[in-house]
Design a protein. Sequence first.
Length: 269
Amino acid sequence: MTTTATRPIGARPRAAIDAKTLRTDKWWIAPLLTVIGLTAWVAYATVRVFMHKYFWVENYHYLTPFYSPCVTDRCADAGAAEFGAILPNWWIIPDAAFSLPFLLLFRLTCYYYRKAYYRSFWMSPPACAVPDGHKTYSGETRFPLVFQNLHRYAFYAAGLISLINTWDAIKAMHSPGGFGLGLGNIILWINVLCLWAYTLSCHSCRHIVGGRLKHFSQHPLRYRFWTFVSKLNTRHMGLAWTTLATLAITDFYVMAVSAGWFNDLRFIG
């Protein structure tokens, strides 16, 4: 016996629409700008990471975050090996080989960045009310997207690296000539503060702080921190892009001073 689907009494039939989307606005601008922005940043960062020079200003102890912590023989030769030179100076090895993989994992698995590159690079979907660019969808249950579940663990590594960046900023206040303050110090500190804001605004951080608490009244300190993180979490997207900008600006400034393109603007020392 066969059955046929029937509509509820009084229900109207579904409209037959041939168009892929009825949106008439420029919905494609957002994913296009995301592709341009992320591609440009990745290209710049890749070039700088494998340039292997102009990463350290010895006079003021400025170290670019793209090379922190600096752990190759090149770092020892330049005087930037704060935590020791552990790796050889092969060009294929980044000078910050112990931090860059974890930072890349933290960004790739970030909840906001997933949305950004899913929509822009994978067209899955590119915008609301626009068809997905793929015929099938399996979520994040198969290789390689199953590794997105590592985000909560990458958060711990990102927190440790933020501590190292903070130490770099502190060390830069005490150069060989003594205490000093220059434009480079201000740029380093702005970058560190933005990195901390982005790291703490992470969804995993919010869950770790208070996600499993059943009674906030019994944990007042954790509740206050959870409230603070929750406020940061609402700005997670903006902080994600802001830190890309501060990282690039900080690196460019250190590179320019190290290369001798211009001198650091000094206020003290």
